[in-house]
Design a protein around this ligand. Structure first.
Ligand code: BGC
Length: 244
């Protein structure tokens, strides 16, 4: 099956055809800047432009930074408010000219990590967190996704978790690795007190620099860095198509 995964983020849109058996990209991915304002129509048109870089797919998986139920977005924390209530599945199917499966971006990354990466063969309760523009979350019980958790909006020390510990804040607020890791630890502890996971997987672009902050994290639960890096969202979006 020729399936293309597309991962939509606050700053970039990336995609590639995916080898579903191996959990790898079949060719090098393409990346575009997310159009601003990032309205659904503008992003769908950009995604269609990106898809034209590859031979046409028979289906597309699209990961978006929003709660998604039956193809409809219900939140828009780090993207244009027009996404709320938009039937993303239908809009993108028209733009891409093929059926589309839409899911939350962290859920997509989590699916890929559980199948091919840091969560492989991990039973019990696993929480994947993605640190980027915001904080995304994916919750798994014995490998099965509980979709649309939004742990990044949990209150920690009087503020939303993603307003304290998103990876982008490390740069914009000039935080040292120590300071940022302490904030991430607070989020992990708040979450482990509520969910008691068996494993945390820390993902997002920052997982490439795992050696800088993983040793600094402090919580009860075992914590491992994501293994698929920035490709996890693309691979997971394509996996979601296969599971549809
Ligand atoms: C959104 C989530 C998303 C996360 C990462 C949060 O602000 O509410 O749906 O998964 O950012 O993009």
């Amino acid at each position: 099956m020729n399936i293309i995964g597309i991962d939509i983020g606050g700053s970039g849109i990336k995609g590639a055809p995916v080898d579903l058996g191996a959990g790898r990209l079949l060719t090098e991915r393409h990346k575009l800047l997310t159009p601003q304002p990032a309205t659904p129509a503008a992003v769908a048109a950009a995604a269609a432009g990106l898809a034209r870089e590859f031979p046409p797919a028979i289906r597309y998986g699209v990961a978006v930074p929003a709660v998604v139920k039956d193809g409809v977005a219900h939140t828009a924390a780090n993207i244009d408010p027009e996404w709320v209530g938009c039937d993303i599945g239908r809009l993108f199917a028209v733009a891409l000219g093929a059926p589309v499966t839409v899911l939350n971006d962290a859920d997509a990354a989590g699916l890929a990590e559980m199948r091919f990466g840091a969560g492989r063969d991990e039973a019990g309760t696993v929480v994947m967190l993605t640190f980027g523009t915001g904080i995304g979350s994916a919750l798994f019980l014995d490998g099965r996704l509980v979709p649309n958790t939004e742990f990044g909006h949990m209150e920690v020390n009087g503020a939303e978790a993603e307003h304290r510990a998103a990876a982008q804040l490390r740069k914009s607020q000039g935080l040292s690795w120590d300071k940022w890791a302490a904030r991430v630890s607070e989020v992990l502890v708040a979450l482990e007190n509520l969910v008691w996971p068996d494993l945390f997987i820390v993902g997002g672009g920052v997982s490439r620099k795992a050696d800088k902050f993983m040793p600094l994290l402090e919580c009860r639960t075992r914590v491992v860095p994501a293994a698929l890096g920035n490709d996890a969202g693309i691979v997971g979006a394509a996996l979601a198509v296969a599971g549809d």
